[in-house]
Structure formats: C-alpha cells, structure tokens
Design a protein around this ligand. Structure first.
Ligand SMILES: CC(C)(COP(=O)(O)OP(=O)(O)OC[C@H]1O[C@@H](n2cnc3c(N)ncnc32)[C@H](O)[C@@H]1OP(=O)(O)O)[C@@H](O)C(=O)NCCC(=O)NCCS
Length: 152
C-alpha cells in the first residue's frame, strides 16, 4: 500500500535510505533534512511496516527530481519500487511540473517506467545543489534520466 509519509515514518525512512547509502547506492539523508521534506515523501507499507520510500523534490516551475527511492532488501522485486515511482510521477502531475529527472545507478529500472536517458549537462544548474555534499562529486557514476509530463 502506498501512502503519504508522516513524521512517525521519518526514522524508518532514514534507516532505509542510509542502509543503501552505506553500500554506495544512494546519498545519505539526515533526520533534520528528512523532517523538513517529509511532505514530499510517499511510503510503501507491507504488513503494517514501512518497507519503501520515495520523494519528489521540486526545483523550479518546470523540473522536479525523483529522490531517495529505497526499498528494503527483503521486499525488493515485488513491485514496491515501481509503485513508489508511479506515485511520485502522479505527484508531479498534480503539481503540474513539466519534467521529472533522476540521477541513478539503476538505469534499466527507470527505463522500464518510461524514463529516457539524457546527457547530464542537459539538466539545469539548479539541480546540482546536492552534488556539493556527495563524496563522488569528482567521479560521478550516476546516469541522468528524464520523464516528460508536459505540465500545464
Ligand atoms: C532499485 C529499487 C528501488 C527497485 O525496487 P524494487 O521494489 O525491487 O523494484 P520492482 O519490484 O518494483 O521492479 C519493477 C520492475 O523493474 C525491474 N527491476 C527492479 N530492479 C531492477 C534493476 N536493478 N535493474 C533492472 N530492472 C530492475 C523488475 O524486474 C520489475 O520488472 P517487471 O515490471 O518487468 O516485472 C530497489 O532495488 C532499491 O531500493 N535499490 C537500492 C536503492 C537504489 O538503488 N535506489 C535508487 C536510487 S535512484
């Protein structure tokens, strides 16, 4: 089941994200950062437990990012990741954002969901704010993908 995240979910969201970040699959997020952005998160619940999360970070009128997508190891391969990305795409539609991008190591997963690979430098400068905190900023191995919503 997908639902909006609330403040009680934040410690679980932090653990989900950081368990993958420890394996260099995504960026760490702090509790402070997550409480501030809890309104942008969807969570996936299975048997009453939060086992996945994903957020939509709106940068500007025409662009947003699928951010902090994480599914617990024991629940991967059962459609949670797909449902979470579909839910944040729907958020983007409601917000009337024109384009949603992601920076990821999981290119094939996002291509299955309709994202298309684009050159990194085609994304506006505004979206690079997180790179300042990234340990891989000088050797980035992520791929940029874009989903066109049309906006308006
Ligand atoms: C990537 C991740 C979110 C996928 O979540 P998931 O719940 O396992 O994925 P789903 O079960 O919803 O898979 C949806 C489809 O994508 C496919 N898929 C899943 N992971 C894939 C991968 N790594 N590469 C290619 N295809 C993948 C599935 O086979 C499924 O295909 P189908 O529709 O043909 O059956 C999850 O593996 C994860 O949390 N990884 C670690 C964190 C991470 O890398 N996050 C992304 C950062 S941007």
């Amino acid at each position: 089941m997908i639902r909006d995240a609330n403040v009680n979910d934040v410690p679980v969201i932090r653990d989900l994200i950081n368990s993958h970040a420890e394996r260099n699959r995504m960026l760490f997020r702090s509790l402070a950062d997550l409480y501030e952005s809890v309104g942008s998160f969807k969570v996936f619940e299975a048997d009453g437990q939060v086992v996945g999360c994903c957020s939509l970070h709106v940068y500007w009128w025409d662009i947003a990012e699928v951010k902090s997508l994480a599914v617990h190891d024991d629940h991967q391969g059962r459609g949670a990741g797909r449902e979470l990305v579909k839910a944040v795409i729907e958020m983007g539609r409601q917000y009337k954002v024109g384009r949603i991008f992601t920076l990821t190591l999981e290119k094939d997963f996002f291509v299955k969901l309709g994202f298309e690979q684009v050159p990194m430098d085609s994304l506006p400068l505004k979206v690079w704010s997180d790179c300042v905190h990234c340990p891989k900023q000088d050797c980035c191995d992520e791929i940029a993908l874009l989903f066109e919503l049309g906006g308006k």
